[in-house]
Design a protein. Structure first.
Length: 60
């Protein structure tokens, strides 16, 4: 669970690319991190939407 300070300040670029919740603020200069866990694929903007499994099928 993230702490309240990470909600106020956007994370720095290295922490934004990481899956872990230990994010540093944008004002902190982080060159490397031993806990860095990259995402398995590259996407510019990550959306965590729920899959729509129970909707009626779309007509073509």
């Amino acid at each position: 669970m993230r702490n309240s300070s990470s909600r106020q300040n956007p994370p720095n670029p290295l922490c934004a690319r990481c899956l872990r919740d230990c994010r540093q603020s944008q004002g902190t200069l982080v060159i490397s991190c031993p806990r860095f866990l990259p995402r398995p694929f590259k996407v510019k903007d990550y959306r965590f939407d729920q899959l729509d499994l129970f909707s009626p099928p779309r007509k073509k």
